[in-house]
Design a protein. Structure first.
Length: 182
C-alpha cells in the first residue's frame, strides 16, 4: 500500500503544481519519474509520451497510467492516474465557483498572462529534452522538420503524424536491413 500511496502522491504533486495542460507537465513528469524516482528511463518516458499521444485522453494522464501500471500493475495505474487527476479536478472546481467574480480583475488577467508565458517555457523545455532523447540521426532530423512543418501548416490530429512516423520508421528500418546496413 505504501508504494501505491507513493505513486499517488508523486503524481498528485505533478497535477497540483503544473499549469497549462499535459504538455506543460512533461518536464515535471520526466524529473519525477526518471531523475527522482528512477521508475523509468528517458527512452521509456519518450515511448510513454508517444503512446500517450496516440491514445485517447490527456498525455499526462496516459503517461501516469503507463508508469503506475509498470510499477505496480492494475492498482498502480489506478493510483497514479488518480494522483495526476485529483488535484486538477479540485482546482478546476474551486476556480469554476469563483471565476465570474474575479475574471475581469486586472491582476487576474495579468496573472493568467504570466502563467501562459511560463507554460510556453515549460513546453519548449520539454521539446528540447525530447529532441535530445528522440532525434538520433539524419532521418530523425528530417522527420522532425517535415512533421513540424506539416503540423504548423495543416490542421490535423497529432495521431496522424505519430502513425505516419511509426510507418516511416518501420519502412526505413526494413530498407536498412535489406541493404545490409543494420
Amino acid at each position: 500500500m505504501k508504494e501505491l500511496l507513493t505513486l499517488f502522491v508523486s503524481f498528485a504533486r505533478i497535477g497540483a503544481f503544473t499549469f497549462g495542460g499535459g504538455y506543460a507537465m512533461l518536464p515535471m513528469i520526466q524529473q519525477e519519474i526518471v531523475d527522482r524516482r528512477g521508475w523509468a528511463t528517458e527512452e521509456e518516458v519518450l515511448d510513454y509520451y508517444a503512446i500517450g499521444q496516440c491514445t485517447p485522453g490527456v498525455i499526462a494522464v496516459n503517461t501516469a497510467t503507463f508508469v503506475g501500471y509498470k510499477q505496480h500493475g492494475f492498482w498502480g495505474g489506478i493510483f497514479a492516474t488518480a494522483g495526476v487527476v485529483v488535484p486538477s479536478v479540485v482546482i478546476i472546481t474551486i476556480i469554476a465557483a469563483f471565476i465570474k467574480n474575479f475574471a475581469e480583475l486586472e491582476a487576474v488577467r495579468h496573472a493568467f498572462a504570466g502563467i501562459r508565458v511560463a507554460v510556453a517555457v515549460l513546453v519548449v523545455n520539454a521539446v528540447i529534452k525530447l529532441w535530445k532523447t528522440g532525434v538520433k540521426d539524419a532521418f530523425g532530423v528530417v522527420l522532425f522538420l517535415v512533421v513540424f512543418a506539416l503540423s504548423v501548416t495543416l490542421d490535423l490530429s497529432p495521431v496522424y503524424y505519430v502513425v505516419a512516423a511509426i510507418v516511416l520508421g518501420i519502412l526505413v528500418m526494413r530498407a536498412k536491413r535489406a541493404g545490409g546496413k543494420a
